[in-house]
Design a binder for this molecule. Structure first.
Ligand SMILES: Cc1cc2nc3c(=O)[nH]c(=O)nc-3n(C[C@H](O)[C@H](O)[C@H](O)COP(=O)(O)OP(=O)(O)OC[C@H]3O[C@@H](n4cnc5c(N)ncnc54)[C@H](O)[C@@H]3O)c2cc1C
Length: 311
């Protein structure tokens, strides 16, 4: 067992966890950040829409953040957290290789995973010519032919949004029956529908080749999908006692209704974007700092508003 008692252990070294560490480090808090190095956007290699870091590689962004954090009492550990519990007094966080540590608070910023549909060939093209977020990727492929895959989760609004970047967009239903309202949205956006089954995706010099069930194929500059996400909360069970974090997150600073547990980033209530994740990490850092001041100097700060269930 690490003999230190940290003010905060942060799980996750993406924009949320790193910015939380910055706020807490600058608040003279002793912080341990544990990260398994497997960010949601790693497949893309670079990030956009982050001011002064537009187009920066994810590795470089993270390395520079860590270098800046070296000025503060922030320790990094590259490891996988397997459990995080509250023992009635402190938080006990256990990592696979480095074992347990104790802290006064836990900032959980482990992110989410995008759940890819089971389309053969998709994994290899994910983040290269198959994307989820128009704001993150459409500029680089603007004015090319796009396809939008609506075979799993409805993506008709994604198709309409993409009309800013291309006027040649085809909506692929992969045989999913489209309800009338979805058809109307696509018609209004000027996006034609192709209902053939999709059997495979292949790399293509233009971007991506979509192979249909009848053997015909079409090449596109990019394929966009709307995806479900899965919260990475396994280590928090059984503490969490809920299927997701949304049902326990309670205020706009990442305070949950559970003692000493804070969340930030894609796991929180914000839009799932790097800059928003970083902002929410900062907010959670401020919440943690003020809650620790309340604990150390009772009565010195007003109480935060009570939690609103279900938010
Ligand atoms: C392909 C793709 C491209 C994207 N491009 C952009 C873009 O250009 N611009 C943009 O703004 N947004 C982009 N996004 C969204 C962006 O990736 C997220 O909004 C952002 O990364 C969320 O930050 P986060 O800190 O919450 O989580 P993440 O960045 O996912 O970081 C979470 C960290 O927690 C770690 N972790 C998870 N579980 C554990 C554990 N048990 N123990 C230890 N560590 C753990 C992970 O290894 C990871 O390093 C993209 C998303 C995808 C899928």
């Amino acid at each position: 067992m690490d003999a230190q008692l940290y003010d905060t252990v942060i799980v996750g070294g993406g924009p949320a966890g790193l910015n939380g560490a910055l706020y807490l480090g600058r608040s003279r808090r002793r912080v341990l950040l544990i990260d398994s190095g497997d960010a949601r956007n790693m497949a893309a290699g670079v990030m956009h829409n982050v001011l002064t870091n537009d187009g920066a590689t994810i590795e470089d962004f993270r390395a520079r953040a860590r270098a800046q954090l070296a000025a503060y009492d922030v320790t990094f550990r590259d490891d996988e957290v397997v459990s995080a519990e509250y023992d009635g007094d402190q938080v006990v966080v256990t990592a696979e290789r480095s074992g347990p540590v104790r802290a006064r608070t836990l900032l959980y910023a482990a992110g989410v995973r995008s759940v890819l549909p089971p389309l053969p060939g998709l994994t290899d093209l994910w983040g290269r010519s198959v994307f989820e977020c128009p704001y993150c990727h459409a500029w680089e492929v603007r004015e090319r032919r796009f396809a939008v895959y609506g075979g799993g989760v409805p993506s008709e609004c994604l198709a309409s949004t993409l009309t800013v970047w291309s006027d040649d967009i085809t909506y692929l239903t992969d045989r999913r029956e489209l309800p009338q309202d979805e058809r109307e949205l696509l018609t209004a956006a000027g996006v034609p529908v192709r209902a053939d089954g999709v059997s495979e995706l292949k790399p293509h010099p233009e971007g991506v080749e979509v192979v249909f069930a009848d053997g015909r194929s079409a090449a596109y500059g990019a394929l966009f999908l709307h995806l479900d996400t899965e919260p990475r909360v396994a280590p928090l069970r059984p503490w969490l006692q809920a299927p997701d974090l949304e049902s326990v997150q309670t205020d706009d600073r990442g305070r949950t209704g559970l003692p000493r547990l804070y969340v930030a980033g894609d796991l929180g209530r914000n839009m799932q974007q790097a800059a928003m994740a970083a902002a929410s990490g900062g907010l959670a850092g401020m919440a943690i700092n003020s809650d620790l001041i309340r604990e150390d100097r009772p009565g010195s700060l007003p109480e935060p508003p009570p939690p609103v269930p279900g938010r």
